[in-house]
Design a protein around this ligand. Structure first.
Ligand SMILES: Nc1ncnc2c1ncn2[C@@H]1O[C@H](COP(=O)(O)OP(=O)(O)OP(=O)(O)O)[C@@H](O)[C@H]1O
Ligand SMILES: [Mg+2]
Length: 292
């Protein structure tokens, strides 16, 4: 077995993040192949946190490139600060002939130029236009780019561990996908979710958690909701329940702090009409028609 790498299982997770075995193995394959790991999944399923966990688990520095609708691929490599140079030429006493002082490396440039291997998170790539992933293809492949202004080539001294996240909405170009290892974070089943909750709230009362999980998964089962509550909403809700000192037997009767779970008006309307019994409050019992 000449190709077997005993170091293959590098990423074993970190104490503050629950990673399934398929996810851990996708991370390790991506590291072994030196290819970016494209992570998709519903909002709030831990895509961004994964990069933090990898950096922590492997004890490496994390660089985060947050993508916006206006972000251009070029910015990730470098920017030439011509405005500063112009200002210096007018008002400063600097030697403006040395252009290298006006070249600022972007996140990709920084990651390539670093002496140590870094973790680079390209967060929410789907926010940018379609040109963005297409413009990055060559850099992701060869991990090299050229700065014509200074005639300098920046090559990755150590291929960074690259994590690219995207919400499930938008398709990315095939040419981009070809260069990545892919993993979809499935929404956790109850058991996995309990593990995640315990990472955040180790001392949570078990009855409260049990009741809250029943209600949460019942809400997740309502197909009519436009935006189903996710992991981050569950965590917020649990925190609100604990801060509010809500007893566990009140949770399924009233579903307190519903605004931490449902974020769309239509979902609130649907939720309110799906109540039966004396739903007008005033201390009466509310019977909820959720599929427990
Ligand atoms: N597997 C997990 N282990 C521990 N915490 C988790 C896990 N998954 C989600 N969380 C928690 O849920 C919250 C949301 O996670 P995160 O921000 O990484 O989601 P996301 O997938 O990047 O969401 P978005 O698509 O909206 O950016 C965080 O507080 C995170 O700690
Ligand atoms: Mg995120």
């Amino acid at each position: 077995m000449p190709y077997f790498d005993k170091d293959f299982d590098k990423f074993k997770g970190s104490a503050d993040y629950v990673a399934s075995s398929p996810l851990k193995s996708a991370v390790n394959v991506s590291i072994a192949l030196g290819r970016p790991l494209l992570i998709r999944g519903e909002p709030g399923t831990g895509k961004t946190m994964l990069a933090h966990s990898i950096a922590k688990g492997l004890d490496k520095k994390l660089l985060i490139w947050n993508i916006k609708s206006t972000t251009k691929a070029q910015e990730g490599m470098y920017v030439y600060d011509t405005v500063q140079r112009l200002n210096d030429s007018r008002f400063g006493d600097k030697d403006i002939a040395d252009i290298s002082q006006y070249i600022k490396l972007g996140k990709l440039g920084e990651a390539f130029d670093s002496d140590e291997q870094l973790v680079l998170l390209i967060d929410e790539i789907d926010k940018a236009d379609l040109e963005f992933p297409n413009d990055l293809l060559n850099e992701l492949d060869v991990m090299t780019f050229y700065i014509p202004e200074t005639k300098q080539t920046i090559s990755a001294k150590n291929r960074p561990i690259m994590i690219v996240t995207s919400n499930a909405e938008k398709e990315l170009p095939d040419a981009f996908l070809r260069r990545c290892v892919f993993h979809y974070i499935e929404f956790p089943e109850k058991e996995g979710m309990e593990e995640i909750v315990h990472v955040h709230f180790p001392d949570i009362e078990s009855k409260l958690l049990k009741e809250a999980m029943k209600v949460f998964y019942a809400l997740r089962n309502v197909d009519e909701f436009r935006k189903k509550p996710s992991t981050s909403e569950l965590l917020d809700w649990l925190q609100a329940l604990m801060i509010g000192g809500i007893p566990h037997d009140k949770i399924s009767q009233e579903i307190p702090f519903i605004g931490t779970l449902l974020k769309k008006e239509v979902d609130h309307e649907y939720f309110n009409t799906a109540y039966t019994g004396n739903a007008t409050g005033g201390g009466g019992t509310r019977n909820v028609r959720w599929r427990y």
